[in-house]
Design a protein around this ligand. Sequence first.
Ligand SMILES: [Zn+2]
Length: 242
Amino acid sequence: MTETQIVKGIVLSSFDYKEKDKLVEVFTLEFGKITAVLKGCKSPNAKLKFAFQPFCFAEFSIVKLGKFYQIIDAKLIDSFFDLTLDLNTYYLSSLILELVSVSVEFEEQNPYLFLLCINALKHVCYDNLPADLVVAKFCEDIMNMLGYKINYQTCSNCGMPYLGKVYLNLDSGAFVCQACKSENCLQISNQAFSLLKILSNTEYDRLGSIKIPSSVARECILTICQNLEHRLFKIIHSAKFI
Ligand SMILES: [Zn+2]
């Protein structure tokens, strides 16, 4: 007999599966990212119809059946409903979920990222912090986690302090100075590069004190998303809506 396990998880995405079921990608604290079948959940009266919605943070009862898990029950902890009330906030928050999804392999436990993700969503949903700054900081954190810590002091190629323009080398994933810029480099504005540096030294709950145009935060997000796409060989679809 297969044992039922109780895990805490957040739904990253879901897809139709067979006529009445859904395949749900859940990032769990205990097992990392898993794919789980949720049976018969598409009817309006289905008890667990909340459990395939992105942002659903719940305690899931799961069993492993062959390759997939099956969700047999779920107790809602938080639906983060308010994230869906404003389109801009919704897209930025969806990017948090997608960044989590692309940054981890299946069944690779990562409690650090789990807490980072839940906290970032809470900050956007309840603390009224600027969503673009929270997501930009989340991007910075993801790069550190993946081992691409940004050197804000000196060019990663020649080791000299930055003078003038700064570029992201998409081949190496590191930032370089104008003299070391090669073909596959992307310029980042000095304002955006400075913002990333500020974000790296600012706790989430202090982000409200940063006054900067939204376009600069977005440039940070898009630069890091491009970098991640090159590092991970994956497309980050939500970045298109930012
Ligand atoms: Zn250089």
